[in-house]
Design a protein. Structure first.
Lengths: 255, 255, 255, 255
């Protein structure tokens, strides 16, 4: 029996509790809509967690068991305690996949994993977004058409100051005149990271079948290896002779 | 008249002052040997700075004027005050080139710019290193042969846990059986970064003509643009009409 | 029920028939050893084909059904008729995965897919090769250690004149002093391509469990998407109004 | 005295001679407008050549002397004789820079250098194009703003079936709803290649100062190294002992 992918959908869950117009769109929170779709996948086991749960909903045991962490945050980036960011960072480097949605590009964990992350343009003007596929053979776009149209989204525009992505899978056209790299991947340590741009809280983006298929695909793509190579580091002996002899890490002969 | 590249060579300068065997190799410090070569270039103007200078030798004025910062540190990474790291980081993101030598991969600035930087193997066993060119059309290897041999070097071995480089220009063969990515480039913000592996303090690596040619080439490659694009970010008006009208960053019509 | 990956292992099959020392190592041909391992995978269905079969063993039906093509050729690159190369090229661009082993870097199909492919160094001196993992989170190295040692292999050395790989998964150390990029990936059209260096016909490389695990992993990695995006190209109508109106591909109003 | 960059601007020069509306825009040909700008650069020496010149304007001597070849073709791709494509290919691999403009993506040389090049969308509807800078520290965008607006251009739309670029410097927004990767770089052999999308013959694109600055920058960026590494390939002796002895390329001891 194949082990199911253990998914944790984390949401700051502030807008949906404290802003009526957002509550209308996502009455149970963005995390529940995303989890609802993933729970229907036979190869996934899904839990949710929010800032309002004890320990951010992220006990050591849950972090340890999570194969892929899906993250949505916006207003409360900085209320996630550094201690949890540290734990998640270590787990991500060790192989846990991470999927950062929309404004989560401002989260502590995203910035910790990527290093130099700067600003970009943005506009909340109910404008059209069209995401074009730039890598049609990539697992993340399986089952999608050549573009995904969203009738209303927040705009994020270039230049977005991020490290060069490993892969640019999707890029967006916006009605107001800008473009954005909107589906990008990175590897950090053994962990795979997928950033997916759409998902402003005012719009029903996460009810869109294509958006959810991309998140579902991204989850599979980001899942850790069954058995990744064990890496050793630090001071090591030579494998081959150096000046005629095997040597320890300080250069002494090993006889 | 073309403006000269303003180079600052920074060295922690501890080994050469406090360890006799190192002092013998670099009596005036590694920084002086590197600066000595670069000063002979008609297109460069060079200053040096060390941890033992006031303000780490890095006044605001010097930071502002520096086009390319060359960095060597090892034992004293953590004695560079965070305040200076912040200043250098901001300047690097804004376009200053950075060249990190050897153990400087452990410096605060390198880790700040790259984010997730983990460990690698190492061994001090006077072993042979041979750096092979993997991009023979790259400016960094202008004037170099297809490989550079160093009779004695410290070994750094893979897997080295770093973000995927933008470019892999040189990779090393070591006598003891390991390999390493040893000449790699990144872009962060507008700044170009070159990491160059060799340069253990016990060996006369920086007297090697090929090594110095690579550092010289790297300095030219990393120099900022004369006039880089001015990037705007934050909440912006639409450039094109959205639903029939130009809009401000909150979606209101601009008439 | 999940559809099995349809694998075709193609071998030129000359050395093993006409050179006694090679026949001893691979009495039924390299293709049979590779197929033998893959046939044990519950998610794969495997056939073999050689230059000595009718139509190179590659009927239109077989090409159409093949999800992943594994290729070994050396002396007889140029005896594969252009017509078959054309068919395989089209299928690869349309999504069929390709795995090129060892000297297959000289095959017509490899050069057709990659364009500018030049030379590299080589030596047949029974020397040791050690392949180091450079991307420990990559599916191709699942179940492998941090390096794979082969006691005897032919050497291929840098600089190897190939287009920049999308990913550098493994690189080799050779006893005689060279290094090589030895596990590299590309995407061409919708097709994923994996080149894997070891496999000189004189040595029992394809009996090595790690080598076969890497080929097995590569096969899964290169398998086509279940449903890749349908891409349209050519002269297209506008999706959005241009100067006030939807337009056809020649600029005429569509009313 | 620094050697000037030897630039050859090649144009098929058909539209401008045989279509009145194009002749009006470029009475002396696109090549003359491009050359006119580059001739004003103190570090460049410029010649032009067209399909209507003897030997395509590309004698062996001119090919040998050319540092950077700028190419524009559209209707007459296939009238460039294979013999010249072979010569240009060899020179490009050996280090000559190449800049392919607009429809030159269909030229024999472009396809020969890149291998698998497929289709893309296109539309001639006098629509607006806005090229956004995605790498603001790249030499190709020196002196440019964060985007370049062109009031009328032909649209090229994704997905464009090309090998993954080494760098994505500029990407375009089109009025009609599409996007395109419009400023991309590759390395092939020792040669650098820059593809720059705008430049439909009906529009005065090459009179635009930003467009010409980008071509000028690209020319400098693509210029060959003063002294690139000499690469050896083929059967080579070992540098280090193998099983105790230096060996020739067939494994025999060298004593």
């Amino acid at each position: 029996m194949v082990k199911k992918i253990q998914v944790t959908v984390w949401n700051e869950f502030w807008h949906e509790q404290y802003q009526d117009n957002i509550k209308e769109v996502y009455p149970d929170g963005i995390h529940r809509v995303i989890a609802g779709h993933l729970e229907m996948q036979p190869d996934m086991e899904v839990r949710t967690a929010t800032l309002y749960d004890a320990e951010c909903g992220l006990s050591d045991e849950i972090i340890e068991q999570t194969d892929v962490l899906i993250w949505w945050s916006h207003m409360k980036h900085d209320e996630v305690p550094d201690e949890w960011v540290d734990k998640l960072y270590k787990r991500a480097i060790a192989g846990m996949g991470t999927i950062f949605l929309h404004s989560s590009s401002g989260s502590k964990l995203f910035k910790r994993l990527l290093g130099a992350v700067g600003g970009h343009k943005w506009r909340e003007a109910h404008e059209k977004e069209r995401l074009w596929v730039l890598k049609p053979g990539h697992p993340i776009v399986d089952g999608i058409g050549e573009c995904v149209e969203l009738q209303e989204e927040e705009m994020y525009g270039e230049y977005w100051d991020i490290p060069e992505p490993d892969e640019l899978v999707l890029a967006s056209w916006f009605e107001g005149g800008e473009i954005a790299r909107s589906g990008i991947t990175y590897t950090r340590g053994k962990g795979r990271l997928f950033y997916f741009r759409p998902g402003h809280e005012e719009y029903p983006t996460y009810y869109n079948a294509n958006v959810m298929r991309i998140i579902e695909n991204g989850t599979r793509w980001a899942a850790p290896l069954a058995s990744s190579p064990t890496i050793t580091s630090g001071n090591v002996n030579s494998i081959e002779p150096i000046a005629g002899f095997l040597r320890d890490g300080r250069g002494n002969r090993i006889d």
